[in-house]
Design a protein around this ligand. Structure first.
Ligand code: FE2
Length: 440
């Protein structure tokens, strides 16, 4: 039984504000795990992480559902299974990644095929003539209720009900398309294992920040100013690597007008993106030879279109963001009401010059990594949020900005100036829709 009625939950999100309890109340966090993470399409992993038969990676959906994504022994299918032994319930797979022919539970030695089917129980004579039926599906590692794939990205939902994956992604499919098509071969491969780090903040602090274009020039002011000082003192930057660093960091202190012109777009289920043709990525130097490879692969017109899309962060609510222009994704895995794990992954656009990948990785090191100049500014602000929101002196977080400038460009798709709070309003509308549905 929830501590909060649907009416009380509904009252916590108004059109232009949301309640501080959403960030600090443990009961609300538990309900979010059940009603949002237990229903939405949650990002699991990329197909390139499980290239070969038996390759697997482990992760979680929300807090209570450890899962394993595994390439079937047939080499074709990818399964997302609950990481749970059908015998006593222990997690079966306890490494981050690896390769198996069979999964074997370390508790009593039950073994499972890569599709989750129970195949072996040690000392089997003990199960003869006692009513035990090894073919009963309750003994398997069960598959998640639904799984789906879009352009190599694998998602899972713990709910039998809800929109199909492609309906859920809707307009943001075009961000995935752009990221994949930046490979002349139309294929991405994960590079390394990515970064993973803890932030002492609610998962929504990370999601809120993604399309919040009013913060970079303030929160990241010191980074941008350091770049500007450097440029002033050193004159024209000639070292190619330093030039790339400046190219990546400097746009973080672009003007309010620049971010407004960049625009913000939202669509159903809390999804959306900032930026379009212009963004903090649009003024990067061209990588020698790259355009030519895209033209050869896609033709002049499509190559031009691919390179003209420079979105900033695309939001896949509630757990993921992607950047097509630099082939990076980040995922938030909630831990508790005031703790989250952030994962950051860089992809190789297969067939593109190595220099493009190097720049993508440089971006991640500078902006997303635990040693980042930029991401740590954000982490500090998230912690200040957690601290300030515990204080009952005020109850609300405001989302009025540019309310009067929302424009419906097609059914359910809205745009506004880039510094609008439209993205916040859209995510909390989705939050409310999920949270208002009680358990079936
Ligand atoms: Fe930031």
């Amino acid at each position: 039984m929830s501590k909060y009625s649907t009416e009380e939950l509904s009252a916590m999100v108004e059109p232009t504000r949301y309640h501080r309890k959403l960030f600090v109340d443990e009961d609300i966090f538990d309900l979010e795990m059940e009603r949002i993470y237990g229903r939405a399409w949650i990002y699991i992993g990329h197909e390139s992480q499980v290239k070969n038969p038996g390759d697997y990676v482990t992760t979680r959906i929300g807090v209570k559902n450890p899962v394993v994504m595994v390439r079937d022994g047939n080499g074709k299918d990818i399964h997302v299974l609950h990481n749970r032994c059908g015998h006593k319930g222990a997690t079966v797979v306890n490494r981050e990644c690896g390769n198996v022919t069979r999964f074997r539970c370390n508790f009593h030695g039950w073994t499972f095929r890569t599709d989750g089917k129970l195949v072996g129980t040690p000392h089997a004579t003990g199960y003869q003539d006692c009513g035990f039926d090894r073919n009963n599906p309750q003994y398997n590692m069960p598959g998640v209720s639904r799984q789906g794939e879009y352009r190599g990205f694998i998602f899972a939902s713990l709910s039998e009900e809800g929109p199909e994956l492609e309906t859920f992604l809707g307009e943001v499919k075009s961000s995935f398309d752009n990221m994949v098509e930046r490979s002349p071969e139309g294929r991405l491969e994960l590079v390394g294992k990515g970064f993973r780090y803890v932030k002492n903040s609610n998962w929504k602090a990370f999601m809120d920040n993604l399309d919040d274009a009013m913060h970079p020039m303030v929160t990241h002011q010191s980074v941008g100013e350091a770049c500007e000082d450097y440029l002033r003192e050193m004159g024209e930057v000639s070292d190619p690597k330093l030039k790339k660093i400046v190219e990546i960091l400097n746009p973080f202190i672009s003007s309010y007008e620049f971010f407004d012109e960049m625009g913000v777009t939202t669509c159903a289920y809390g999804n959306g993106w900032t930026g379009g043709e212009a963004s903090i990525h649009s003024e990067y130097d061209e990588i020698p030879g790259y355009r030519k490879l895209l033209v050869e692969a896609y033709g002049e017109e499509k190559a031009r279109r691919i390179l003209s899309v420079n979105r900033h962060n695309t939001i896949v609510y509630p757990c993921m963001t992607l950047k097509g222009a630099i082939q990076n994704i980040r995922v938030v895995r909630p831990v508790s009401v005031n703790k989250s794990i952030i994962e950051s992954y860089s992809f190789r656009p297969v067939g593109a010059p190595e220099e493009l990948l190097q720049r993508n990785i440089l971006y991640s090191n500078l902006v997303n990594s635990p040693a980042s100049l930029v991401g740590n500014d954000d982490a500090e602000m998230y912690e200040r949020l957690q601290l300030g929101l515990q204080d009952e002196a005020g109850d609300w977080m405001d989302t009025h900005r540019y309310l009067n400038r929302d424009k419906e460009v097609k059914p359910g798709v809205f745009t506004a100036p880039g510094t609008s709070d439209l993205s916040f309003r859209n995510m909390y509308k989705a939050w409310k829709e999920y949270m208002m549905q009680e358990a079936a």
